[in-house]
Structures are given as C-alpha cells and as structure tokens.
Design a protein around this ligand. Structure first.
Ligand code: S3P
Length: 168
C-alpha cells in the first residue's frame, strides 16, 4: 500500500519517470512488464508470439495480485494495456495513488516510431494505430487515475515536480 503508480499509453514515459522519481523520492521502483518477463524468463514479444495477448493479460492481473500482497511505498509503472480491465483498476486503487501520464498521439509516435519491442505497434500504419488505441483507452486511463499529468512538451523535471506536488 501507499505506492505511487504510473499508468499511461506505451511511450508516455512511465518507465523513465518511474526511475527518476525513485531517485527523488528514495523509493524503489518496479515495472509490471519487467516483473512478468523475469517470471516467464522471456520477453513480452516472445510471450505475445507464443501464447497470445489474452495469456499476457492474465499474467498482468496475476502480477498485480501478487504486488497487492507485497508492495509498500514503492513506485510501480505498469504496462499500457493493464488499466483496461476493471479488476486491474480496482487492484491499482488498492495498491496506491494512480498517476496517468497523458500524452497526445503525435508525442507517442515520435517516441516509439523506431521501437520494435511493442508487439501492438508493429506493422501497418503506427500513427493510425496509436490514435485508434489511444481514443479507445483514454476513458479507462481517466477512470483509473487519481491524478492526471499532461506530459506533451514538458521536461522530465517539470513532470517530476508536478507528480511530487501531488504525492500524499
Ligand atoms: C502494451 C504495453 C506494453 C506491454 C505490452 C502491451 C499495451 O507496455 O505491456 O507490449 O497494451 O499497451 P508499455 O506501456 O510499458 O510499453
């Protein structure tokens, strides 16, 4: 309990903000994608390719349940699709204060356009995919969030200051 949780679309900066925030607040940081990769001993891309997205989504819920019993006063960044499940949103609230790093499609595209590690954005027209997914997902992120931080055109310094102002 008492954790700081970072949610948002792929490329919104959750992992980097999580790391920087961990130095500032002197709290340890963990990322659900990395936890799942460690447990499964394979990458997210390998999990999607071999077992499909529904399997991965179940692993996310299992990971959150485990954290609910163990994580205190940490910083937790979560995969971009995790807050879409209602059960996961409830678990996030149990875990702590939820910050949504909200970004526009163009901002995200600039950050992820050369990235091959995110299976949902491979192939086709990535900007169009980002826009469609973002429109679908934003209401779920908003529903999960205690605090919304708009990240477009802001430095990490500004983003961290804003988060710090809100941390209880
Ligand atoms: C996903 C986001 C990824 C990872 C997986 C699926 C998504 O995490 O969990 O590729 O559905 O948005 P990041 O948000 O850390 O890239």
């Amino acid at each position: 309990m008492g954790n700081v949780i970072l949610i948002g679309f792929m490329g919104s900066g959750k992992t980097t903000v999580g790391l920087k925030l961990s130095y500032r607040l002197r709290r340890t940081v963990l990322d659900t994608d990395r936890e799942i990769e460690k447990e499964e001993k394979r990458t997210i891309s390998e999990i999607f390719a071999a077992d499909g997205e529904p399997y991965f989504r179940d692993r996310e819920t299992a990971c959150l349940k485990k954290l609910t019993g163990s994580a205190n006063n940490q910083i937790i960044s979560v995969g971009g699709g995790l807050p879409l499940r209602e059960e996961n949103r409830r678990l996030l609230h149990e875990l702590g204060q939820v910050f949504y790093l909200r970004a526009k499609g163009e901002t995200i595209y600039e950050r992820v356009k050369n990235d091959t590690t995110r299976p949902l954005l491979q192939g086709g027209d990535p900007l169009a995919k980002i826009r469609t997914l973002l429109e679908e997902r934003d209401p779920f992120y908003m529903a999960a969030a205690d605090v919304v931080i708009t990240v477009d055109d802001k430095s990490f310094e500004q983003i961290l200051n804003e988060i710090e102002e809100h941390v209880k």
